[in-house]
Design a protein around this ligand. Structure first.
Ligand code: IPM
Ligand code: MG
Length: 364
């Protein structure tokens, strides 16, 4: 048996192409540092719907529970897009987050100096951007009940419910304060407390916890204002905590600071502040990109950075994680560009060429 058990769930679209490079990165790390990774693979999302009639099987959840970490590609595609359909690929990612209790979604946004020209924002706005968003991942309007469509007196209506309890808020707050402590000591909590009761509870609970972290500079920011600050003065933020839906929206916005969705990883964890991280799920923040799937041109860097996060958080292999991150950084510095980050006139490299360059640097 290997030292570490990794469940690999490639999913749909470009998911399998980038995940294949993540697997090669793990194998390369194993060869260099003397670890064996026992890899198993399963279908999720649209691929699982086609094969099994459901986006996420119980067997897959059971396998995830026995693993040390889950590496996730992406799910979704136009062929499964019927919004009225009862099975949808997205049920796989929402289902596994809920089943494994992965309540903390860490989304680091850092701008590679060599890529500042790629963003639609001016370089001087991007200098020094280094944010970690902690998005609450298993509650809020994504999971609150009732969530349904119904017809009342012949008229169609729908309801979603935003729900939070203090336990759910407190664990995110503690994680945020502790993470900020190990970084630049700044925490912003994003809510809509001028309108929503869930946000007023969120703010109240975070403010109660705040005195335990007098060394952290703290601010409350309304989500609409945060949307503005993120493109106006992104370098002012360090750690940001927010609820599920706000985090979903703000992290897509924040990803544009880095020039391409293809560059960024995420980690979904379930350990509280100060606890050993244990099982986590690692997925690039990009989607399945069906428009470019199968062409071998997707950017593998988000996935390779996920491998680094997996090594660091779930396996506690810091030197290995740092080696992957350094290899990615050096490859970007060297000028290699996939199509999404190539300047006009620059010859873009393929998924495989980019990954090969990174793996070559990991091997040393
Ligand atoms: C994300 C995605 C998912 C979400 C979708 C695919 C359900 O947008 O991980 O940000 O909304 O959480
Ligand atoms: Mg999203």
């Amino acid at each position: 048996m290997g030292d570490y058990r990794i469940l690999v769930l490639p999913g749909d679209g470009i998911g399998p192409e980038v995940t294949a490079e993540g697997v090669r990165a793990l194998q390369t790390v194993g060869a260099r540092f003397g670890h064996t990774f026992e890899l198993s693979e399963d279908l999720v999302g649209g691929a699982a719907i086609d094969a099994h009639g459901t986006a996420l099987r119980q067997e897959t959840i059971d396998a995830a529970r026995l693993a040390d970490a889950v590496l996730w590609g992406a799910v979704g595609g136009p062929q499964w897009d019927d919004p009225r359909g009862s099975v949808r690929p997205e049920q796989a990612i929402l289902g596994i987050r809920a089943a494994l209790g992965l309540w903390a979604n860490l989304r680091p946004v850092r701008v590679d100096a060599a890529l500042v020209g790629n963003s639609t924002l001016r370089p001087e706005v991007l200098a020094g951007v280094d944010i970690v968003v902690i998005r609450e991942l298993t509650s809020g309007v994504y999971f609150g009940k009732p969530q349904e469509r119904r017809t009342i007196e012949g008229r169609r209506e729908a309801v979603d419910t935003m729900y939070y309890n203090e336990t759910e808020v407190a664990r995110v707050a503690h994680l945020g304060f502790q993470l900020a402590r190990g970084r630049r000591g700044r925490l912003a909590s994003v809510d809509k407390a001028n309108v929503l009761d869930t946000s007023r509870l969120w703010r109240e609970v975070v403010m109660e916890i705040r005195p335990q972290y007098p060394d952290v500079t703290y601010e409350n920011v309304l989500v609409d204002a945060m949307a503005m600050h993120l493109i106006r003065r992104p370098a002012a933020f360090d750690v940001v905590i927010t609820e599920n839906l706000f985090g979903d929206i703000l992290t897509d916005e924040a990803s544009m600071l880095a020039g391409s969705l293809g560059m960024l990883p995420s980690a979904s964890l379930r350990a509280g502040a100060g606890e050993a991280t244990g099982l986590g799920l690692y997925e690039p923040i990009h989607g399945s990109a069906p428009d470019i799937a199968g062409q071998g041109i997707a950017n593998p860097i988000g996935m390779l950075r996920c491998v680094a996060l997996l090594l660091r958080h779930s396996l506690g292999l810091e030197a290995e994680a740092a080696a992957v991150e350094a290899a990615v950084g050096a490859t970007i510095e060297s000028g290699l560009r996939t199509a999404d980050i190539a300047a006009s006139g620059e010859r873009p490299v393929s998924t495989r060429e980019m990954a090969d360059a990174v793996l070559g640097r990991i091997s040393g």
